[in-house]
Design a protein around this ligand. Structure first.
Ligand code: NAP
Length: 307
């Protein structure tokens, strides 16, 4: 029986691991499918305090893991398949193995939102991608026109990164102003290789028949005019959906699937705590996830001490 299991190894999970490890609880951290979480797929993180020159996302997460392990956290590669969360001990099925724990911290993060087009699904990894830092440098995208969809910080970051590789980067956004933070929006619109396409949605990814991306069909939402943008890659950056499907039922969540924290990082089930993007629809920053991870770690420790 574990004292505390942490689901997720992003900023929230690893900070919770650091705090519970320093409380001598030897937390077991389950990495999930993406060890290090979404931050490992970004380039430079410029807004994590303590790094005036910025820090590579992958490096930041590697350092966080090392720091937690130094105090006794055990990091295990594994994906949660089922959870019985009615009461402690909580039962988790991880890659077919049953793990029981007295306390549980859910820091399962969020995944990339998809446009929901059939052609998008069929051409995933054949020119459709959700991560410019992972895929942008592939030969198929070099010196080719590329399309990024979205208007938030992620879309701006992807578009800026892709200017290194593409001949031109179309930024297709459904409104006529960016949602991104002013500094990112300014930088993006000042980059001559980025061409914003306002008030526009992607309606189809071409060409399923050729089994590769050759363009996107777009529609102007104000005029309804349709046209085709030729491109070799479609980078979708339209936000995230929380990874909480397995907790539906016993844990309170809102209509979008975000877990609802109460009294700090607690949930409606005593002994279960939450942290990070799976429970935060407002801030969704590395530093707020780390802060919630800290709170969840401290609350789990106090819960176990009181038992
Ligand atoms: P976001 O801020 O939620 O933006 C999502 C964008 O996608 C919005 O512009 C939205 O349009 C658009 N969108 C959503 N659904 C769509 C659909 N079905 N079709 C077309 N467009 C759609 O998500 P994000 O950019 O991933 O950022 C998430 C959080 O991470 C934010 O808090 C952000 O500040 C943070 N972040 C920070 C950095 C950084 O500081 N360097 C980098 C990346 C992310 P509308 O504008 O019309 O809603």
């Amino acid at each position: 029986m574990e004292r505390v299991v942490i689901i997720g190894s992003g900023c929230a999970g690893l900070t919770a691991a650091l705090y519970t490890a320093r409380a001598n609880l030897r937390p077991l951290v389950l990495t999930g499918r993406q060890p290090g979480g979404l931050l490992t797929t970004t380039t430079t993180v410029e807004n994590f305090p303590g790094f005036p020159e910025g820090i590579n996302g992958y490096e930041l997460m590697t350092r966080m893991q090392k720091q937690a392990e130094r105090f006794g956290a055990q990091v295990k590669f594994g994906t949660l398949e089922a959870a019985n969360l009615a009461r402690p001990p909580f039962q988790l099925t991880v890659d077919g193995e049953l793990i029981e724990t007295e306390a549980l911290i859910i820091a399962s993060g969020a995944s990339h939102r998809h446009l929901g087009l059939e052609s998008e699904r069929k051409l995933e990894n054949k020119g459709v991608t959700y991560c410019a830092t992972c895929d942008g440098a592939l030969p198929m995208f070099r010196n080719q026109p590329l399309v990024v969809v979205g208007g938030g910080d992620s879309a701006c970051e992807e578009a800026l990164y892709l200017t290194r590789f593409g001949s031109i980067v179309y930024l297709v956004h459904r409104r006529d102003t960016l949602r991104a933070s002013p500094i990112m929006a300014e930088r993006t619109l000042a980059q001559p290789k980025i061409k914003p396409i306002w008030d526009t949605v992607v309606t189809e990814v071409l060409d399923v028949q050729q089994d590769k991306v050759t363009g996107v069909r777009v529609r102007n939402v104000k005029t309804n005019a349709e046209s085709v943008l030729e491109c070799a890659g479609l980078f979708v950056a339209i936000g995230h959906v929380p990874n909480t499907q397995l907790f539906r039922g016993p844990l309170d969540m809102d209509e979008n699937g975000y877990l609802i924290p109460r009294q700090g990082a607690a949930t409606n089930v005593p002994g279960i705590f939450v942290a990070g993007d799976c429970a935060d629809r407002v801030y969704r920053q590395a530093i707020t996830a780390a802060g919630m991870g800290c709170a969840a770690g401290i609350q789990a420790e106090r819960y176990l001490a009181a038992r």
